[in-house]
Design a protein around this ligand. Sequence first.
Ligand SMILES: C/C=C/C(=O)SCCNC(=O)CCNC(=O)[C@H](O)C(C)(C)COP(=O)(O)OP(=O)(O)OC[C@H]1O[C@@H](n2cnc3c(N)ncnc32)[C@H](O)[C@@H]1OP(=O)(O)O
Length: 470
Amino acid sequence: MSVHYQRHGDIGVIQIANPPVNALSHAVRSGLVDALKEGVADADAKALVVLADGRTFIAGADIREFGKPPQAPLLPDVINQLEACPKPLIAALHGTALGGGLEVALGCHYRVALAGTRVGLPEVKLGLLPGAGGTQRLPRLVGVERALEMITSGRFVEAEEALEAGIIDAISSAETPLEAGLAVAQAVLADNPMARVTGQLPAPAANPQAISAMLERLNQDAAELFSPFRIVEAVEASVTAESLQDGLRRERELFLACMDSPQRAGLIHLFFAARSPHVVPEVEKADAFKHVALIGEDPLFERLQKAAQKAGITLTSAPDNATELYLLAPNAARESGTALPTIALENIGISRGSDSALSLIVAENGSMVELVNLSAEPLTQQRAALTLKALRLNVVVSRQQSLLNTLQLASQQATASDKQTALEQASVGIAKNGFCYRESDIDLLAVEVLGYPRHLGGPHRQSTLKDTPL
Ligand SMILES: C/C=C/C(=O)SCCNC(=O)CCNC(=O)[C@H](O)C(C)(C)COP(=O)(O)OP(=O)(O)OC[C@H]1O[C@@H](n2cnc3c(N)ncnc32)[C@H](O)[C@@H]1OP(=O)(O)O
């Protein structure tokens, strides 16, 4: 079961368990409604706490459900029911409370967070807006200007800032969300058992300067994007709508318009593209190497050193008995006679035909690295990729030829106005030749490294869409 209800003394606890990130799937939404009913009906529960199991509070709506027909109960309705709970309702946050997750918390009457919690409404990064009350409830708590900034940027806000802004009511030093939630529930019962409802707060003060400043900024920096402008309209509705319900209706219309936009589909394609580009498909189980020799000198090595201790990986500047993997700087001399896996670090744009089985290309902007398999066993490539990922590099794996070099060459050879088309054509060639494990890896590299417009979802995606008859 994704959500269950249990009483601790005179406090009812609604506990969500939907690993890995407690996304608000249909089962969680229904479970929340059922657990809330159970808590309200439980005569021995004087207050209720909502919390989540595992590494984080709710990380948002279930992105995998987007684009499919919506199934009741819809999230805005679930949150309205939470807000209308006749008993004090406390959200106990930990990890991240994002998107629909923060909207659930805003629908609760009190919010406590463990130290280190981050909150945010990152829907804009997926071409959406917070469609479950976030654009109406957040401005009631923090005002129009801060709400606009938070929702159009989608940034994660640290607990301290959230407390200062009035998004949460307290930061707890408790060890667990249960402990934190129960303590706040007891304090609320002792002090003020009245529900404190965000949606019943007065509409935020009008702030036409903040609205026009934001529109000016968006027109300058993001004129081609759809959802940021809809966010401004929705936040404006929190001021101008006759009631919360009217504001929520307007938010819903704007949310559905975003949901229908091709930008939403493109950005969500990229969200999933970024989740596992380091995975070699044929390999089922693999571990990172723990002892790596860095041979020669390269700026990348400094970055690796900084991450090594936390990753539990030993880096040495010369091989020793424990060495499992070599990473060879471009001008370093190769150890003769070693049978250990070796990654040759290549300079981008210079395809010099490595004599190592694995080659590593570092993007010029440093955002990504590409680990190309020239002749290694898939397991070796996977272990090397996991090692680099543990060392905090964003790794894409590929085979035979560098995707990045091919894309960069195509882009360099095109005129500025033809770059997009050149990348689209090159991506078709890469996929045809089987150099990528997933076509989405091409999209990720082109967007993150070569500046292909993010909202189009990537050059391979665009070329496929253009080929699809309407
Ligand atoms: C009306 C309301 C709308 C919304 O709420 S829209 C959604 C708003 N929320 C977000 O945009 C948050 C998206 N998620 C994230 O930013 C990150 O994730 C986290 C910060 C929560 C965690 O990051 P990390 O610890 O690095 O894990 P990981 O590899 O990104 O994710 C672990 C697995 O969880 C899946 N996942 C993450 N968020 C969601 C989600 N919101 N819906 C469905 N799945 C999700 C991923 O895909 C992946 O899965 P795999 O292990 O199979 O690759």
